[in-house]
Design a protein around this ligand. Structure first.
Ligand SMILES: Cc1cc2nc3c(=O)[nH]c(=O)nc-3n(C[C@H](O)[C@H](O)[C@H](O)COP(=O)(O)OP(=O)(O)OC[C@H]3O[C@@H](n4cnc5c(N)ncnc54)[C@H](O)[C@@H]3O)c2cc1C
Length: 346
């Protein structure tokens, strides 16, 4: 959506396909980092954007055992926003869609599921999609696969991401928040367990780390096992763990960390999770995807105004973004192996 907006703004005719009828997702990419907020400022959208309901976190702290540690302090950043805005992803996407929709050369087609690539002589010339009205075929000078970590277009291009290995999964659930609770996001690591709490106004979004593949084993036990662990880690939640009534109240995030060796072929570029799924540590996934879009727009818009894009420019997008992706994934994995090394199931 960000790339579609930026290209339309730069005068390039752009079509965005979205397979769902809306952007509603629970517990998805809700952390809008200062880098993304800086982009919104550069686009002149900062004040309007932050009128949308959100929470602000300038500091991320954790209790390690009983010692409070400030894990992240954003107050010294050279950006306008010195905080993370926590906002539902659908609000962010709807906002971008409305801004992009102001350009006559932008078109968003909902309920259009890309199914295949139109290829001629080894060059991608567009996509085929299915819609409620029937099949759709779109020809394009450039096709960008930004279709997420299970990218169909990536498979159609015969690209296979390199699995970098993630030793953990995350259980997400919500518990109500009381006015007297702390405001900042907060984590507690103790005796081999870890719980992260994100302030969502009336409720806490809670993330509990488990060893990779451990959810099925845990689900054989009563949900009380999770309630018990939550209140051991964060005693002030004791009066509301009963809100967890069954495992249906818990959503599993299967953590994937992977990366494509090559993000492009003639006529096709992959960005965001389709090119590199990030670990949830640091809540960077959305922000990396947005920065990919900004790099792609800046590098490609002039050529796209003229028509076809030489593959060397697609390679330039990968060259611009890959080093930071690699570095961030390396940092995430080094931190997560430290954490899960001590995460017994029972
Ligand atoms: C449970 C969970 C929690 C997360 N929490 C955070 C967080 O707090 N902070 C953070 O920064 N990141 C978080 N992430 C990661 C973040 O959501 C992703 O890194 C980010 O959304 C990647 O953006 P993207 O545009 O590349 O892919 P996506 O956001 O996955 O978007 C892909 C879009 O393409 C659509 N699509 C897929 N296939 C097709 C198709 N064939 N045709 C048409 N449309 C298609 C999908 O419906 C979707 O809207 C989380 C991820 C998960 C799974």
């Amino acid at each position: 959506m960000m790339l579609g907006f930026l290209l339309a703004r730069a005068g390039v005719a752009t079509v965005v396909l979205e397979k769902h009828a809306d952007f509603l997702r629970d517990f998805r990419g809700d952390t809008i980092h200062p880098s993304t907020l800086q982009a919104m400022d550069d686009l002149g959208l900062y004040d309007e954007f932050l009128k949308l309901p959100h929470q602000e976190a300038a500091e991320l702290s954790a209790l390690v055992g009983n010692e409070r540690v400030t894990a992240v302090d954003l107050s010294h950043l050279p950006t306008r926003a010195k905080f993370i805005a926590i906002m539902p992803q659908w609000d962010f996407l709807n906002f971008l869609a409305s801004k992009a929709g102001a350009y006559p050369n932008f078109r968003l087609i909902m309920q259009a599921e890309a199914e295949g690539l139109l290829e001629e002589g080894g060059v991608v010339r567009g996509v085929t999609a299915k819609t409620p009205e029937g099949p759709l075929s779109i020809r394009a000078d450039l096709t960008v696969a930004a279709d997420g970590r299970h990218s169909i277009l990536r498979a159609k291009a015969n690209f296979t991401p390199k699995d970098i290995g993630a030793p953990m999964d995350v259980l997400w659930f919500r518990l109500s928040r009381r006015p007297q609770d702390t405001v900042e996001p907060f984590g507690r690591a103790d005796r081999g367990q870890m719980l992260v709490l994100i302030n969502r106004g009336a409720h806490w979004q809670c993330g509990y780390l488990i060893p990779k593949g451990g959810f099925e084993e845990l689900k054989r036990l009563d949900i009380d096992i999770l309630s018990q662990r939550v209140k051991e880690l964060v005693p002030f939640l004791e009066d509301r763990v009963a809100e967890l009534k069954s495992w249906d109240d818990v959503k599993l995030l299967t953590v994937t960390v992977d990366r494509l060796p090559r993000w492009h072929k003639p006529g096709l570029l992959l960005i965001g999770d389709a090119a590199h799924a990030m670990s949830p540590i640091g809540g960077v996934g959305v922000n990396m995807a947005v920065q990919d879009a900004i790099a792609a727009a800046n590098i490609l818009y002039a050529a796209l105004r003229q028509g076809a894009v030489p593959e060397s420019l697609l390679a330039a997008v990968q060259a611009r973004r890959e080093p930071i992706v690699k570095l961030t994934q390396a940092l995430q994995l080094c931190r997560s192996s430290f954490r899960t090394a001590a995460l017994p199931m029972s």
